[in-house]
Design a protein around this ligand. Structure first.
Ligand code: HEM
Length: 457
């Protein structure tokens, strides 16, 4: 598995950033929805507010994060470039954002026009994204970095998961636009979305990023080579068994057990790598990843509870552990690594040093903040504490909604505001740095220029 990255391949900052900026906005919407709908959100998976909330998370937050991360990571980690990345990312981002809002409005308002609009906008957004990724993968297939083949296999498998999720999702939304529900397809759609698309992509991204950014040992080769393939095979087998009524349900449950075991193996391996990492002190991102993996491990006993009792609380708890506890925690943590790094890197790229003039370079470095200055650990740690409280309260709300629904919504809202403030302050530091660089005196006078407040002495 490759550990070096080609940072010079980074796309324009606006390409991933517009997706990442969606994330706090949709968190705020999700928190507001929980506070507005109250315990109804945790009363049943079929409650309309629950379905709206599910898609604020799966499309608005996780979808935005995953599309933005792929548009950044594929060029850097694999040398795969997206055609016309600036323009295509702009269109896909707009379609995804408005499509998600339309779908959420559909669930809250139940007017067919919302579902019809959502089906069209989201189909164009996600199938458009899959198409441009496939074009990039095909066009650059011969120049892929040598060690990046495993992550590319995982990305391709995740894209298969996304295609199937979108086809099923658009069919469901189309049916709802005509006033019909297709409950038989909903489980298929949900499993493909969570285990086939989001889960496999999370695995691929962590195989690549955790050893580099968390300074851990690399994942065992057997896992990086086979895990995603095995998971996709299990999801396929589970789908075939779900579609045939004639076979005993024990077979379906056996494939679910395999799926739980496969994700459990990934979670325990990741947790172990993070626990034994070479840097003893946990950074904010490490804390988010650990929480994410603990939630994923907790899915196993909750799945056993669900299989034995078919309890509403168990269903909601399992969905919440996957979406809020695992996927959202991992994405939130990754933002604290990716956003400061991108801002720092693009500020570096903005340096213009004629004839490699060392005086000019020294002067730039005086105004250039270090990566850690963009998002100080203390602020990220503060948000982690609120986030962890929100996750624990959220899980409690699945069991005791009348007690904990409002605290869970309130904590999510606070955590979202905190995240938004952290991201905005990082952006402001970046803007100030660019301004300071643009206002720099000529090279001859540089050594007398004042140091930037965030730079190292
Ligand atoms: C094209 C995009 C999508 C559309 C149009 C869509 C549409 C829908 C619809 C209409 C339902 C409700 C079905 C019913 O009540 O019968 C649903 C359920 C669900 N969707 Fe999506 N969806 C999309 C993408 C996704 C993605 C990407 C994920 C996961 C990553 C996802 C996860 C879920 C889950 C977990 C449920 C079940 C919720 C529950 O049981 O409470 N969806 N989707």
């Amino acid at each position: 598995m490759q550990r070096a990255l080609g940072f010079d391949n980074s796309p324009d900052l606006s390409v991933p950033l517009r997706f990442f900026l969606n994330i706090p906005v949709f968190i705020l919407l999700a928190g507001t929805l929980v506070l507005w709908a109250g315990p109804a959100v945790f009363s049943s998976r079929w409650s309309l507010a629950t379905l709206a909330l599910t898609h604020l998370f799966t499309l608005g937050i996780l979808g935005s994060a995953m599309l933005g991360a792929m548009m950044q990571i594929l060029p850097v980690a694999c040398n795969i470039h997206f055609p016309y990345a600036r323009h295509t990312s702009c269109g896909i981002h707009a379609l995804l954002t408005f499509g998600t809002l339309a779908l959420v409005m559909g669930f809250l308002d139940m007017r067919p026009i919302w579902f019809a609009s959502a089906a069209v906008l989201l189909a164009f957004a996600l199938l458009g994204f899959i198409s441009i990724t496939s074009i990039g993968l095909w066009q650059h297939r011969r120049q892929v970095y040598k060690g990046a083949r495993e992550i590319l296999v995982t990305v391709r498998l995740a894209l298969i998961g996304l295609v199937i999720t979108v086809i099923l999702g658009v069919t469901l939304a189309g049916a709802m636009a005509q006033g019909n529900a297709l409950p038989a397809l909903t489980d298929l759609h949900a499993v493909w979305g969570l285990a086939g698309w989001a889960g496999i992509l999370l695995i691929g991204i962590s195989f690549q990023l955790i050893p580099i950014f968390q300074v851990t040992e690399i994942y065992p080769k057997l896992l990086t080579r086979w895990l995603a393939i095995v998971i996709l095979g299990i999801v396929l087998a589970w789908s075939a068994l779900s579609l045939s009524d004639a076979l005993p349900s024990i077979l379906r449950e056996a494939t679910e057990l395999l799926l739980v075991a496969a994700y459990g193996l990934y979670a325990m391996t990741t947790f172990h790598l993070l626990w034994t990492r070479k840097r003893p002190k946990a950074e904010p991102t490490t804390l988010f990843w650990r929480l994410a993996m603990l939630c994923l491990i907790a899915c196993a006993p909750v799945w056993l509870w669900l299989t034995s009792r078919h309890d509403t609380a168990a269903t909601l708890l399992l969905g919440s552990l996957i979406i809020v506890g695992t996927l959202w925690s991992a994405v939130n943590g990754m933002l604290y690594k990716i956003v400061p790094f991108l801002l720092w890197k693009h500020a570096q790229d903005a340096m213009i040093i004629p004839d490699h003039d060392p005086a000019q370079a020294r002067a730039y470095l005086r105004v250039m903040p270090k990566i850690a200055a963009y998002l100080p650990e203390s602020r990220a740690n503060g948000q982690f504490i609120v986030h962890a409280l929100a996750v624990v309260t959220w899980m409690g709300a699945c069991i005791a909604p009348h007690w904990l629904a409002y605290p869970a919504g309130g904590l999510l809202l606070i955590s979202g505001i905190w995240l938004a403030a952290n991201m905005m302050s990082a952006l402001m530091i970046y803007q100030r740095t660019l301004k300071a660089m643009a206002a720099m005196p000529l090279a001859a006078n540089l050594d007398n220029s004042p140091a930037h407040p965030y730079s190292t002495p």
